[in-house]
Design a protein around this ligand. Structure first.
Ligand code: TNX
Length: 536
């Protein structure tokens, strides 16, 4: 009986501990291992941030700013290898922590220590630390004692943003980058050009700024089914090269790589409007005022097209340090190419079978140019048709098939299947939902997505670099509407990208997410009024 009593007591204590601590360590994305310990580290005005190496200093500054905004406390940050009581110690030690972007976070009543494999790991250790800072009723800030071991399941964890259909200010983009970094997303895919507007300044081609960046409608809708959306107002703008540098630097400080997308050969109507000589018919063209897929695309038979694209890419490459340039490749109708004498001549001269192979020729020619500049290309899964360029990475958007095929061909793949991870699709059946693109991707569906498709063998899975959610902006005319669509679904995607599929648990995620509502509120997210656990 005695034994049973103590066993019972022990169980009860464990239960109580689990609940009181379990509620405290609500990190998203879920870490690889969390061990909860007894006690807490108190943050007060004497707490110091100690960066063990010079390379950890930037992170120390970041933490200092964050703690200041959260607690009002002005912590001292110094570079020292010494271990001090009441210190938050930041170390980069790739011998101890081996996984790229990985970290270990150890919290005791005496000190906090983050050891990381690299700068990104340190930054992510800090994000986890920040997420578990608690404030008591008396205003005291503390961190529960624990030991966390963590590293990502995928090296590519992305969000895409379409700024062609609707434009967002650099301030808005920075606000979102903050949140992406907070959830350990490391790639921002910036969709800068499309039929409805060209949004990046290219100094050699001023008509892009004067003409391609503007259209005669504010809202984008479908011409036939949504006539009420059209107002005939001039709408547009673009990011100057200074704006671009500013965004790239801001992202980089948060360990986010910005990948620019310049669409070709399709979705090019804005560029053609500015330079009609680059289309098969010679124009005139008009920047599109509604969504869809348009027949007028870059002429593949005209060498001027390739000269223009090379010039554009020259400027783009100097602005973005990323190793990848996204060249689009999706939804390119072959209508014009079929009847264009120059395109037909090219097909003959290059010994190509048809217009699909002409698209493949187009992409390969651009790829060669991009590679000559030391960069690699990413393209939407249509680039598989007619033969894929040798070094291309495929973004599988129409489903998982493109990604599976590319991985079997030993090409790198990023999974972005529209059915699971598109954030422009509806998130609930609620009739009050704002107008959205047609699909249905509720929070639970995104959360349950596994980026490793069942059809791949273990040795083929290594080609899956990761996963990305796409934010097409046809129906997102302002930041508030966009935020409502992005959050919290991007937080679910973050866990899909960081945490191993086997460790995911939806009810547990929802519980943690509920605790995270306070962050969305604190940073004024339009999303914060949504009932996260209820309506979705
Ligand atoms: C398809 S996804 C597109 C975009 C649209 C989107 C709407 C992809 C590569 N192309 O041009 O904005 O559908 O959801």
């Amino acid at each position: 009986f005695k034994y049973r009593f103590f066993a019972f007591l022990n169980l009860t204590l464990q239960f109580v501990c689990f609940f009181s601590f379990g509620q405290q360590i609500n990190i998203i994305p879920k870490p690889v291992a969390v061990e909860q310990r007894v006690g807490a580290f108190k943050i007060n005005s004497k707490t110091q941030i100690l960066s063990g190496t010079k390379s950890a200093l930037a992170s120390a500054g970041f933490l200092k700013t964050y703690v200041k905004s959260l607690t009002g406390l002005n912590l001292k940050a110094t570079q020292t290898a010494a271990v001090a009581k009441n210190g938050i110690q930041l170390l980069i030690d790739p011998v101890k922590v081996k996984h790229a972007e990985g970290y270990e976070l150890e919290v005791s009543a005496a000190a906090v220590k983050i050891t990381a494999a690299d700068g990104s790991g340190l930054f992510y250790g800090l994000q986890s630390l920040i997420q578990i800072i608690k404030q008591s009723k008396t205003g005291q800030f503390s961190v529960p004692a624990c030991k966390i071991i963590d590293y990502p399941a995928f090296s590519y964890r992305g969000m895409h943003l379409d700024v062609s259909r609707n434009l967002f200010s650099t301030a808005t983009i920075k606000k979102w980058l903050d949140m992406l970094a907070f959830y350990k997303i490391n790639t921002f895919h910036w969709h800068l050009t499309d039929d409805q507007g060209w949004r990046i300044e290219i100094k050699k081609y001023p008509e892009l700024q004067r003409t391609a960046a503007w259209r005669n409608e504010t809202l984008i809708g479908h011409k036939r089914t949504e006539p009420h959306l059209f107002d005939g107002q001039r709408y547009g703008g673009y990011y100057s090269q200074e704006d671009v540098k500013d965004i790239v630097a801001y992202a980089m400080a948060r360990k986010i790589t910005v990948i620019p997308e310049i669409e070709m050969p399709g979705h090019a109507l804005a560029a053609l409007t500015a330079y009609p000589g680059l289309g098969c018919t010679g124009g005139p063209y008009q920047v599109a005022t509604y969504w869809g897929v348009f027949d007028d695309v870059f002429c593949a038979g005209n060498d001027k097209t390739f000269a223009f694209i090379s010039d554009v890419l020259d400027e783009v490459i100097t602005l973005f340090p990323a190793k990848y340039i996204h060249i689009g490749g999706d939804e390119c109708p072959k209508t014009r190419w079929k009847v264009c004498p120059k395109c037909q001549k090219r097909i003959k001269d290059e010994n190509l079978k048809d217009e699909h192979e002409l698209q493949s020729y187009f992409i390969s020619r651009v790829e060669k140019y991009v590679e000559s500049k030391g960069k690699k290309i990413i393209g939407w899964d249509e680039i598989l048709e007619g033969g894929i360029s040798p070094g291309a990475t495929v973004m599988s958007w129409r489903g998982e098939e493109g990604g599976i095929a590319a991985a079997k061909l030993k090409h790198q793949v990023i999974m972005t299947p529209e059915k699971y991870v598109y954030l422009d699709y509806y998130q609930s059946h609620d009739r009050s939902e704002q107008i959205a693109a047609g699909g249905f991707t509720p929070l639970s569906k995104i959360y349950q997505y596994n980026p490793l498709p069942a059809g791949l063998k273990a040795d083929e899975q290594q080609y899956i670099l990761g996963v990305q959610a796409n934010v097409w902006s046809e129906y997102l005319p302002d930041a508030e509407k966009a935020e409502y669509m992005i959050f919290p679904r991007i937080i679910a995607l973050a866990e899909v990208a960081w945490s191993k599929n086997e460790t995911k648990n939806y009810p547990d995620f929802l519980n943690r997410l509920n605790h995270h509502k306070r962050f969305l509120q604190q940073f004024n997210y339009a999303e914060s009024n949504k009932d996260i656990t209820g309506s979705i």
